[in-house]
Design a protein around this ligand. Sequence first.
Ligand code: SAM
Length: 385
Amino acid sequence: MSKRLGVIWDADPHTIAKIAILKNYLHAWFRILGKTRHGQTLLYVDGFAGPGYYKNHAEGSPLAALNTAIGALEDLGPTCSAREIHCAFIEKEKLRFEEMREAIEPFVGRPSLGVTRVHGEFVEGIAEVRSLVPGPFRGEGPLFVFADPFGGTGIPFATFAECMQAESAELLINLDADGIGRIFAAESNNGRDAQLDELFGSDCWRERLTARGDMKRLSVQILDLYKERLRTLPKVRFIWSFAMRGKGDVLNYHLVFASKHQLGLMKMKEAMKQIDGSGAYSFSDAHVNQHALFQTDDATVFAEELFRRFDGEEVPMEEVTLFALNETPFVNAKAMLSVLDESGRLQVQAHPGKKLRAGSFPEERIRAIRFGRFATTGRQAVLGL
Ligand SMILES: C[S@@+](CC[C@H](N)C(=O)[O-])C[C@H]1O[C@@H](n2cnc3c(N)ncnc32)[C@H](O)[C@@H]1O
């Protein structure tokens, strides 16, 4: 265990923000699934649980999750149709594990709430949780895995791939792209190749990580490759990451979210938006330099990204929405399409028999968007009227 931090340490503002995002997301996850997953277990696994709380903050991720679960069960009352909410916590350091075990003891034995605590490494811990609560790993109930390690080791891609076999599995990973970049740069380190193979689940990194000596670009390559690897998993179509930066724009880490369900990503974005970027930390996109997410001018900035991606093409509306979800802070493409519409850079193709109003972009009525430079804007840009 790192002597610098000890068993319990002070949380930085970005750590507190990360916990708040997790809480906001779980708030929605427990409530939506608690109502709809009749007779099933909702399983939340915290793979790197820590001691449960911080010196300066009452809730680490374990207490945050359990308080949220209790709140959801109380709110749902008789409308809860799920069998139980089960929260599992894995921690490898003995003293932190003991601290966490004690901190969450008051939650053990409550009705409709299961609690599992595992002292051990993430990989073995997941296997143990799987043997204790197998349903969600077989698709009988939703599974949400939060992996929040220090640095870039201890998170084998194969373990995430196994978890994501389940029909309703989701992941939130704290990906330390800078730390992984440092592993990559240490070419003389004997264990380095095996570490990177394990992290990416193959040796794809040998070809793809080319930005030697340019840590910033390397970090973006690592993040992009990692997301690409997640995209290879069955039905994982919704993947989004955001960088969390501390004071002085120092990058802390990327949170990477992966889901098979559009609603999951929409709720994760809402969970972030509820957090006030007070200046002590900010969210940003790895590709849009120095640009904080969720500023008022975002639609303009990301509209240009959208246009660059599809200029000259006719694109099914579903693909445009997928771009908005996966590549921008928005939950749909409407604000960006408005910006492009106003500058005559799109035409809209409605589904047969569907009418469209100028300047509105209802997803269910639009078949495709054509991107380019046109003489018409607004109503005239709607084809087929
Ligand atoms: C960043 S802290 C977790 C903080 C916690 N998620 C929170 O938000 O309150 C990482 C924790 O993972 C533990 N850890 C490190 N490597 C691990 C591994 N391979 N398996 C399980 N736990 C590990 C560390 O001891 C540490 O407590």
